[in-house]
Structure formats: structure tokens, C-alpha cells
Design a protein around this ligand. Structure first.
Ligand code: LMR
Length: 398
């Protein structure tokens, strides 16, 4: 019997499947608030100017397309570690850090989970409820066991920090806790700095290993502000993993640029971990693609390009924050019976509108407005042109 005929067709991915449906929708006034890609006022996902300039430099200077080593280039690794951890972070000077150039943030998450499966096969990886829809898939397929901690209370529209701490108090030493560094996907409800401090104590006391996913650095409040929590944690825990993505903050989505940073207890362990990360990468995809990470490296090694990139990132951040405020204000005015003020203190690309799934379905079917079933929206998909129609449709389904 043919081998593949035993397979049953899978349902589409909850986020990417929505993009496919959106592309097929022929209605002219459709609005895509689904997949998390930045959009300009004109609805485009532009190439950042800093990336264009770095591309021109690379085209001029690149001398070879020969393979990179499985762990990537040292210049990229050091630039990323400084960007994420902060150049003054004591953990950098301690020699307890090793960085792998990865295939996007997703590659970093998967390789990190494989490292856990290799070094601590009995460890449970705790993921938030809710979390990014692909986390369970990326980590679970690496062979680790998953458990959930509560993160967001949809009845009060707020972060459930007590629930999170209570759940982690039941975790066993050596368990891993996946946290979002900033701009929580899907809720946009971030940990405050004081909650990061409390969590740092909790994970230290219970000997848990933090695994931070930071895919939206700079899109919340600013680079240093967004990284403050994880930087504090890195300085105060013996071991930690950080999955970094450059898809959103450098707009490099399809280039698959990312990194995995590992903080180890001793400098000698960093060397050992580096050998395992390289070996895991070799066993999955051999070596990383070069182009996207070379662009990041070029930008981060040039003061001029870094300033340009930071200005552009700041503009993106302000646009998103402005749109979220406009949406909250317009919804408040249009629906005097509902409170949408909770939208205002969300950070990053996403927030929940707090709609039931049948309202989300009606928005899609009757108004050509697409969002994930949980009512997570990509705020960057809103613009001044589609905002009134969006608000009108929301009022109609509420
Ligand atoms: C999202 O959450 O929409 C993005 O991270 C894109 C993706 O791959 O799901």
C-alpha cells in the first residue's frame, strides 16, 4: 500500500490558514487583522530603509556564498547578544553566554527545545495559556513535555499574574518556563518590571529555567524598556535561553533571521552548550541561511545604520500605539455600553478585542474582516481609511 495514503489531511494553521482565506476573498473592502506582519498606512509591509542600505552594502562587499558554520558568524552572534542583553550586562562580561544564528525565532525555539530534550529529558516546559499558537507545535515537536500556566484572564481583560505564580509554584526543579520578553502574543498584556523581578525570584527559588521568546523587541515601549525584564533575569539566574526573532523589528520576515542565546552557569558550560547547539542545528538543517542575519549584522555594526533602524522602528511603534488608542477611543464612542479602555495599555502588535467566536465569524463572513478566532487582532492592519468601517462592523456584531 502506498505509504502516504495512510495520512489524513490536516486542518489549516490557525494563523496562516486565515491569511490563505483572506487572499482568496474577492471582496474589495476586506480588512486583514490576522497574521502578525507590520503594515504601513497604505497597507504595505515595507522594506525598512536601513535594510535597503544594508542590502546595497552587502551586494557590494559580499565575497562568497560558501556555507556558514552551523552556529553562524561570530560578528552576528556578538551584535545580537549586545542588542538583546544590553552591552553593559554583567552576564556578557562573565563569558557565560553563547549565541546561535538561527532560522528565524521559530528555529531558535525549536533548537532550544531540542537542547532541553537532550540535557533534561524529564523537564516539563511550561507555556502560557494563552500563548502564540505555534509555540506548542515548535516545542512539542522537539520532544519536550508541555504544561500550561494561566496567563490572561479574558473575563477581566487582564494578566493573571497570581495564577501564573501559583502554577509555577507547583513546577519541579529543572522545569523550563517559556515567557514572552515583551509585546505578548496574543494578548498584548505584558509583565511589568516589578513582576519580572518577582518572577526572577520565583524561578531562582524553584530552580526553574526561563526560556524567553522575544520576537517584538522595540515594538512595545522601546528597545531598552522592552528588554529590561529579561536583562534583569539574565543577570540573576544561573541558566536561561532566549529566542530572538528579527522578522518584525527589522521587517525581515521571509529571510528567516533569528538567534538563540544561552546563558549558562559557568563559562566552560557555555562552550559545551555551543557544541550541542551547533550539533542540533547540523542535525535539523545543517547551517543557517546567511542573508537576513547578515543584514542585521551590517546594521548593528554601523552607528549610522543603527540610528536609522532605531528611528524607523520608533515610527512603527508609535504608529501601532496611536492606532490602538484610536481604536479604543472610537469603540468607546460608538458603543456607550462597552468598555474598551483595557486596549489602551496593551503593547506590541496584538491585543484581544474580547469578542466571542461567533462574532469573529460574522465579521469574517458578513464584513470581510479577518482576525484569529480568539479575537486577537494585528493592530498594524488598521489604518485611518479602514478604521471607521472596522468600528461600524464591530458595533454591528456586538
Ligand atoms: C503571528 O503570530 O501572527 C506571527 O508570529 C506570524 C506567525 O508565524 O504566526
Amino acid at each position: 500500500m502506498p505509504v502516504f495514503s495512510t495520512l489524513a489531511e490536516l486542518r489549516g494553521d490557525p494563523i496562516l490558514g486565515l491569511s490563505a482565506q483572506f487572499r482568496e476573498d474577492s471582496r474589495g473592502e476586506k480588512i486583514d487583522l490576522g497574521v502578525g506582519v507590520y503594515r504601513s498606512e497604505g497597507g504595505e509591509t515595507p522594506i525598512m530603509e536601513a535594510v535597503r542600505e544594508a542590502t546595497a552594502l552587502l551586494t557590494e562587499q559580499e565575497a562568497t556564498k560558501a556555507y556558514l558554520p552551523p552556529s553562524g558568524t561570530p560578528h552576528f552572534q556578538s551584535a545580537v547578544a549586545r542588542l538583546v542583553l544590553g552591552s553593559e550586562n554583567s552576564v556578557l562580561a562573565s563569558g557565560r553566554v553563547t549565541t546561535l544564528q538561527s532560522v528565524g525565532g521559530s528555529g531558535a525555539l525549536h533548537v532550544g527545545a531540542r537542547l532541553i530534550a537532550t540535557s533534561a529529558p524529564d523537564a516539563v516546559v511550561w507555556i502560557g495559556n494563552p500563548t502564540w499558537a505555534n509555540h506548542a507545535h515548535l516545542l512539542g515537536s522537539a520532544g519536550v513535555r508541555l504544561k500550561e500556566y494561566p496567563y490572561y484572564d479574558s473575563t477581566t481583560h487582564s494578566l493573571d499574574f497570581d495564577g501564573l505564580c501559583k502554577a509555577l509554584a507547583t513546577a519541579s526543579a529543572g522545569d523550563v518556563v517559556l515567557l514572552h520578553g515583551c509585546c505578548h502574543n496574543p494578548s498584548g498584556a505584558d509583565l511589568s518590571l516589578s513582576q519580572w523581578h518577582t518572577l526572577t525570584e520565583l524561578v531562582s527559588n524553584r530552580k526553574l529555567v526561563p526560556f524567553i521568546d522575544i520576537a517584538y523587541l522595540g515594538l512595545g515601549m522601546g528597545i531598552d524598556e522592552d528588554a529590561a525584564g529579561l536583562r534583569h533575569m539574565a543577570e540573576n539566574v544561573p541558566e536561561m535561553l532566549i529566542a530572538v526573532s528579527f522578522s518584525k523589528n527589522f521587517g525581515l520576515y521571509r529571510e528567516r533571521a533569528g538567534a538563540l542565546i544561552a546563558v549558562t552557569e559557568k563559562p566552560s558550560t557555555a562552550k559545551v552548550v555551543a557544541s550541542h547547539l551547533g550539533s542540533i542545528a547540523r542535525g535539523v538543517y545543517s547551517m543557517p541561511p546567511a542573508h537576513g542575519c547578515a543584514l542585521v549584522e551590517t546594521i548593528l555594526h554601523s552607528n549610522e545604520l543603527t540610528s536609522l533602524w532605531q528611528r524607523e522602528l520608533g515610527d512603527m511603534r508609535e504608529r501601532i500605539n496611536g492606532l490602538r488608542s484610536s481604536l479604543a477611543a472610537s469603540l468607546g464612542t460608538a458603543t456607550n455600553k462597552r468598555d474598551f479602555t483595557y486596549l489602551e495599555d496593551r503593547l506590541g502588535m496584538f491585543c484581544y478585542l474580547g469578542l466571542p467566536v461567533d462574532a469573529v465569524t460574522r465579521l469574517r463572513k458578513e464584513h470581510a474582516i479577518y482576525m484569529v478566532d480568539s479575537s486577537r487582532i494585528n493592530v498594524a492592519g488598521i489604518n485611518q481609511h479602514n478604521l471607521p468601517r472596522l468600528v461600524e462592523a464591530l458595533v454591528a456584531v456586538l
